[in-house]
Design a protein. Structure first.
Length: 506
């Protein structure tokens, strides 16, 4: 078999939605698994929809997710250019080839004439009015006009389109790796525009020509392109490229968490989670859409989550690094039915990856958050702080829950105080403070010992004291072991806090 070559072919019409990143990921995994090439092609034939900044966004999002490109518009490659607008002069000859072979024709219909046609058909109760085998013979095109008239119109520079001549009543069949055989009757398809008089091809022509010229072996893309695939298959036949036609794999949709429809760009932050890989600022409206990166997700968690939207390994294994995904990925294990997005699961992945990071790596990630809050700390404190907080956090930022390790509590958890603070609490804590004050070994284990033996001697139950000790030292009702926290704070600070708490609450 020839070398596997796959492409991710986004249109730069805005920020890349996470569904787009999932498509890129499945292409990447498939390429790497098969020692193939992963190519980025920018499909910008529709210049009216071009959004400045979108290309850079795509590049950055792929880089952040850890997908290395083998060929792209920036580094180039053997089959460039990789931006369709830069390939503009290459397409015309293919449109001409189809016209000469009788598979395509010139159409001169104006926008008003096309509207009239649709209205006429709607009035006649045609279910889906379209420019097709029946309609084309009543329109203004090179099939109905004389050769002289067509020439005269072209010479006069009249705007035109080139439409594909869809054969009548023919079954088009192709095999999709994920869906099996797909069959469509040409009667349900229309004469799509493949070229415009501004010299630009439309998506369909450019896509097929480029996949052919770039020697793409597998077209892996979203399900929304499935309806276009029969036309593409037909174009391969018209061009005589059937032998090297790529294989198709149409990925399932990503659905909203409630299963109610496709997760779309417009869902933005509305559902309480980002739908974009990285932040995006709309240059025109100034509107911000948040991304996974800036929300503090690890790229590993983001990629792991995306991989499971539509794919699964068929085992219990859920945590995957990129290399492991490459090992285990196969298109055969991608399902047909829509994959429901699950925000809680995404946070769970993040929690798992957070736990796997070394304290040194987490310290680097944590510092900006501590600095933003102007908390005072020394670098040497961070590993211990992180060790205490990481089990309880899904995000690095959540470790700030333990900020009381760097500053005195400014208030005391009301629920704990109202439920646990009793008349004798102040006295017990004052006694304890003096015990701790005399303790030389201020390590966590020893503090626990001192605490236990003091309570035993006084015949006081732990349940009465632990919550109030915690609340005066940290201000909170819950957290890591209070003795670990006191060991972190040191004797002076711990004893101070207990005394201060007693004063304020007692
Ligand atoms: N330009 C199309 C898109 O934006 C590419 C579809 C395909 O991969 O063929 O998704």
């Amino acid at each position: 078999m020839s070398q596997v070559r796959v492409r991710f072919a986004p249109s730069p019409t805005g920020p890349l939605h996470m569904g787009g990143v999932r498509t890129a990921l499945f292409n990447y995994l498939f390429a790497k698994k098969n020692n193939g090439k992963f190519i980025l092609r920018i499909e910008d034939t529709d210049q009216t929809r071009y959004v400045p900044g979108a290309e850079d966004y795509i590049k950055e999002a792929l880089e952040w997710s850890g997908m290395q490109l083998d060929e792209d518009p920036w580094q180039g490659g053997e089959y460039g250019p990789y931006r369709q607008s830069d390939r503009k002069p290459m397409y015309r000859q293919y449109a001409d080839q189809l016209i000469e072979a009788g598979h395509a024709y010139y159409a001169f219909d104006t926008a008003e004439e096309l509207d009239e046609m649709r209205e006429r058909l709607t009035r006649a109760k045609v279910p889906s009015p379209q420019y097709n085998a029946t309609v084309r013979m009543s329109m203004k095109n090179s099939l109905t006009l004389s050769a002289d008239e067509v020439k005269a119109r072209l010479d006069a520079g009249e705007p035109y389109t080139i439409r594909v001549k869809m054969p009548r009543n023919e079954e088009l069949r192709f095999q999709d790796i994920i869906r099996g055989w797909v069959q469509v009757n040409t009667n349900s398809l229309d004469d799509k525009v493949i070229f415009k008089s501004d010299g630009m091809p439309t998506y369909h022509l450019a896509n097929v020509v480029d996949d052919h010229l770039m020697k793409i072996t597998h077209v892996i893309r979203g399900e929304e392109w499935l309806p276009s695939a029969p036309l593409h298959v037909l174009l391969y036949r018209f061009f005589g490229w059937e032998d090297t036609k790529p294989q198709f794999a149409h990925l399932p949709l990503i659905l909203r968490p409630d299963g109610n429809g496709k997760l779309s760009k417009r869902d933005g932050d509305r559902l309480g989670f980002p739908v974009f890989p990285i932040d995006w600022k709309d240059a025109v409206t100034g509107e911000m859409s948040s991304g996974y990166r800036e929300k503090g997700y690890f790229k590993e968690a983001f990629v792991n989550m995306l991989a499971f939207l539509g794919w699964n390994p068929g085992t219990e294994k859920e945590l995957y690094t990129m290399d492991e995904l490459i090992q285990d990925f196969s298109l055969e294990r991608v399902g047909k039915s829509g994959a429901k997005f699950d925000a809680a699961k995404t946070n769970w992945y993040n929690q798992q990856f957070l736990r796997e990071q070394s304290n040194e790596v987490l310290a680097v990630a944590l510092k900006p958050y501590l600095d933003a809050e102007s908390l005072t700390y020394t670098d040497s404190q961070l590993p211990t702080f992180i060790e205490l907080m990481k089990e309880r956090a899904s995000f690095v930022s959540e470790m700030l829950e333990g900020r009381y390790m760097f500053e005195k509590p400014s208030e005391y958890d009301e629920k704990t105080v109202s439920k646990k603070w009793k008349e004798n609490s102040g006295a017990i804590l004052t006694d304890l403070a003096s015990q701790f004050g005399q303790t030389v070994d201020f390590g966590s284990e020893n503090l626990h010992e001192v605490f236990k033996s003091h309570l035993e001697a006084k015949e006081i139950g732990m349940g009465a004291v632990l919550p109030v000790l915690r609340v005066v030292v940290t201000g909170k009702g819950a957290g890591p072991s209070i003795f670990d926290i006191m060991a972190f704070l040191g004797k002076e600070e711990s004893v101070d806090r207990i005394k201060e708490g007693v004063q304020k609450l007692g």
